[in-house]
Design a protein around this ligand. Structure first.
Ligand SMILES: Cc1cc2nc3c(=O)[nH]c(=O)nc-3n(C[C@H](O)[C@H](O)[C@H](O)COP(=O)(O)OP(=O)(O)OC[C@H]3O[C@@H](n4cnc5c(N)ncnc54)[C@H](O)[C@@H]3O)c2cc1C
Length: 406
């Protein structure tokens, strides 16, 4: 941006908001202010996979080395297996150039790694946004604690139940998918000594179980998806009994090795899965969205955070090319037009991946499902992992400016 004095607010200090703060500073030269509702930065005690498409961005932002140090790179490709543990296909785990591999991250460690790159003086904790209003010049933000301020632009990185989204347009809320996941971590020392240091998925009748290593292989993450008509009653996560989870994967239809893993789990919690149709628009004037606020998606391709990281790089690239505050709305429009296409494909892909993992045996053609999974593996490597968010934004910028792209 032409002026370092440009005032941009990022609402939400999650993985998307923090990455956006880093990208804005390093790529666009803007020191944004991050408003987070919680009293301290943090995340649930579970895992997340940082995929090659995000690692490419994080490397350019100078955070990848730290993430690699605290995360866990698996021994090789992951596996999709049937309920009894027979291999269906291997899973993509690195980009085509073999430069970046999936990294299993304990979520609090990822927040920590990102926060170390953000000046603490620019983070306002305990600020829960309640309203956003576009003024003749600038945007006013108001918080539950009574604070308010005016910024040149506002970025909503405030997650699935975004308040900022309401200032962009009238959109339906994300809907409960009919599935919950049991999530948590297991201390690796509790697992059999020969437990494989890779990502494994077991796919059974209408449910699946996934696990992969985290935190220098000291922890294993697990996510178990099952259908549920549990009334959510306003809450969409909470503590759960391990016995409940074990009962879902009990019996002779399930791999004894998986049952052994579940037997080592000490704590778990449940989490409702929400889905959202792609939004008709992400930006209105000097307000835009990023991460789950813009593209809530089911977790079955492990791309929610990774897309928020791509968003951050693309947004910063378009902002870097804006000459003045007056150009920000156009920069936001350009950002949205590029990112909306990309994330809509992944929203649909995640829904489809879930349907494949959780195929209902009476109705599904499992041979076709398995063939589709094999095709999906190659698509994932080339279309998802090889994607370079910065390069795509730069090429789009050239097209917007009428410069031919080689
Ligand atoms: C079971 C499961 C597994 C997943 N696995 C993966 C994976 O392997 N890889 C992957 O890429 N993604 C994964 N995801 C998706 C990923 O967790 C989300 O996409 C990601 O957390 C979105 O980040 P975000 O920063 O956009 O939003 P959030 O993480 O939701 O952060 C939003 C932040 O905004 C704050 N906030 C909210 N409202 C306000 C307000 N009004 N005022 C101020 N602050 C506010 C919140 O406190 C929070 O800190 C998974 C999701 C689930 C459920």
């Amino acid at each position: 941006m032409a002026s370092e004095d440009t005032r941009i607010a990022i609402v939400g200090g999650g993985m998307g908001g923090l990455t956006a703060a880093i990208a804005l500073r390093k790529i666009a030269g803007v020191q944004a202010t991050v408003f987070e509702q919680a009293g301290k930065l943090g995340e649930v005690g579970a895992g997340v996979t940082v995929a090659p498409n995000a690692s490419r961005v994080l490397e350019r932002l100078g955070v990848l080395d730290r993430i690699r140090r605290v995360g866990a790179v698996p021994d090789g490709h992951g596996v999709y297996q049937n309920a009894m543990g027979a291999l269906v296909t291997d899973a993509a785990w690195e980009d085509s150039a073999k430069q970046y591999q999936n990294i299993g991250m304990y979520r609090p460690d990822l927040i920590d790694a990102l926060a170390q790159e953000v000046d603490p003086a620019t983070i306002r904790l305990g600020h829960r946004l309640v309203s956003v209003e576009t003024l003749g010049s600038g945007v006013r933000v108001e918080f539950e604690n009574g604070a308010d301020d005016v910024f040149d632009a506002v970025i909503g990185a405030d997650g699935i139940h975004s308040v900022v989204r309401g200032a962009v347009g009238q959109f339906p809320e994300p809907v409960y998918s009919g599935y919950i996941v049991y999530r948590g971590v297991v201390d690796a020392s509790r697992l059999p000594g020969d437990w494989r240091m890779i990502s494994q998925v077991w796919m059974g009748n209408r449910r699946h179980f996934m696990c992969y290593p985290l935190q220098q292989r000291k922890l294993f993450n697990f996510v178990a998806g099952i259908p549920s008509d549990r009334p959510l009653d306003g809450a969409w996560s909470g503590p759960a009994a391990v016995g409940e989870l074990a009962a879902e994967f009990a019996g002779a239809d399930w791999d004894p090795k998986l049952q052994e893993f579940i037997g080592r789990i000490e704590h778990t919690f449940w989490w409702g899965l929400f889905d959202h149709e792609p939004l008709a628009n992400w930006s209105r004037g000097p307000i835009t969205l990023l991460g789950d606020a813009a593209h809530t998606m089911l977790p079955h391709q492990g791309q929610g955070v990774n897309q928020a990281i791509e968003d951050s790089m693309a947004l910063a690239t378009f902002l870097a090319a804006a000459d003045s505050v007056a150009d920000i709305p156009e920069a936001f429009r350009r950002y949205a037009s590029v990112r909306m296409q990309r994330t809509a494909i992944l929203q649909n892909g995640s829904r489809r991946a879930g349907a494949m993992f959780d195929a209902q045996y009476e109705f599904a053609d499992l041979e076709k499902r398995d063939a589709d999974l094999r095709v999906g593996r190659d698509f994932r490597r080339s279309a998802v992992f090889d994607y370079d968010a910065q390069k795509v934004a730069e090429q789009a910028l050239n097209r917007f400016q009428g410069v031919p792209v080689a």
